[in-house]
Design a protein around this ligand. Sequence first.
Ligand code: CDP
Ligand code: MG
Length: 136
Amino acid sequence: MSDVERTLSIIKPDAVERNLVEDIKKILIENNLIIKDSKKIQITKEEASEFYKVHQSKPFFNDLCSYLSSGPIVVLILEGANAVTAYRKLMGATNPKDADENTIRKLYGISIDKNSVHGSDSLKNAKSEIKFFFKN
Ligand code: CDP
Ligand code: MG
C-alpha cells in the first residue's frame, strides 16, 4: 500500500554553507520525491527552540538550537508515495557514522550534530512542521 504524503525536509547550515543544496535536491528528485515548495531562510534561536521543543530536556538541546539558527537553511516540502518513511530512509541514521551507504547523511554528514539534513519522523509531525515553516 502506498499513500501520497508530504513531509518536511531541512537542509541544515553545514550543507548550505558547503553549497550542497543542488546536490541534495537532485538526490531527492532522483528518488521520486517531488519538491512542492522550498525557500532559503535564517531562523532565530527562539524559532529553532520552538521547532525542536520535543528535545528541550535533552543535553544537546541548546547546542542544537544555536546550530540550526547559526546560518541559512533551506526548508522544503517533499511529496511522494510514503514520503515520510521514504525520505527518512534516504536521509539515513542520525549519526552519519551509522548511516547506510548512499544515504544523504552518509554522503554529506560531518558529525551527529552537523548531519546536513532534517526529516519529519511521522505524518502528524510532518503536518505540523510544514505548517511551522509554510504558514499561509
Ligand atoms: O534528526 P533525527 O530525527 O534523525 O534525530 P533526533 O533524535 O530527532 O535529533 C534531532 C537532531 O539533534 C539530530 O538531527 C542531530 O542534529 C541532533 N542531535 C545531537 O546533536 N546529538 C545527539 N546526541 C542527538 C541528536
Ligand atoms: Mg527527529
